[in-house]
Design a protein around this ligand. Structure first.
Ligand SMILES: Cc1cc2nc3c(=O)[nH]c(=O)nc-3n(C[C@H](O)[C@H](O)[C@H](O)COP(=O)(O)O)c2cc1C
Length: 195
């Protein structure tokens, strides 16, 4: 990677993502692993989709009542990890998450497929399922009705402001190229790491 070309690491990130998206056959190319600190102290990780890059933030969405929602609320320091097979690149981002505005949440909700909107409305993500069959019936009925779906109050998203970003260019020899950016008062400290 060329350090001079993109002094802002988020631009390098956007460029790498765009290169991957342009060649991958992955149907979910914006998927990444979101790691949070669990309320019980265990780290917790799950895949989410990166919805947007809005400098200096990365945007993800979901239910604030979900486990990740409660964990981010208690510990806003999170990590996002991307692995892009076709371009053989990994990006690790640590940053601080905060809930997006209601207006932005509405924008991202309206951008979801109709079926996803219904699921977010009729189900409480991650709650123990009392009657999954009843939930399926409600889902099918809502799909048939084809009425506009209002965004539930708990459905929102988070904007993550990166603090550390590590870029890794994978090498089969394991002699990876690793460059770490860390936010400082003056800008970004950039160091090359051993493989
Ligand atoms: C490829 C992929 C993309 C996903 N994208 C999202 C997403 O953008 N938002 C979301 O809330 N869950 C997404 N999920 C589901 C999450 O992995 C997870 O099951 C859900 O967010 C509940 O996690 P939690 O209980 O830790 O809150 C995705 C799953 C996969 C496999």
């Amino acid at each position: 990677m060329n350090k001079q070309e993109y002094p802002e690491p988020i631009d390098t990130f956007a460029h790498w993502l765009q290169e991957y998206v342009s060649i991958t056959k992955n149907n979910y190319p914006s998927a990444c692993v979101l790691s949070t600190q669990g309320l019980d102290g265990f780290p917790n990780a799950r895949n989410v989709s990166l919805k947007s890059i809005e400098k200096p933030y990365l945007i993800i969405t979901g239910s604030t009542l979900s486990r990740k929602g409660k964990e981010i609320d208690a510990h806003p320091k999170v990590a996002l990890t991307f692995w892009w097979e076709e371009t053989k690149r990994q990006v690790r981002i640590q940053g601080t998450a905060s809930v997006i505005s209601e207006e932005d949440a509405l924008f991202f909700f309206n951008d979801r497929s109709y079926e996803s909107q219904i699921v977010s409305t009729i189900s409480t993500q991650g709650a123990p399922a009392k009657d999954l069959e009843l939930l399926r019936v409600r889902f099918r009925e809502s799909v048939k009705r084809q009425q506009p779906i209002n965004k539930p109050a708990h459905w929102s998203g988070w904007k993550i402001k990166p603090y550390r970003i590590e870029f890794l260019e994978f090498n089969a020899s394991r002699f990876h190229n690793r460059v770490l950016y860390t936010q400082s008062e003056e800008g970004w400290d950039i160091i090359q790491l051993e493989p």
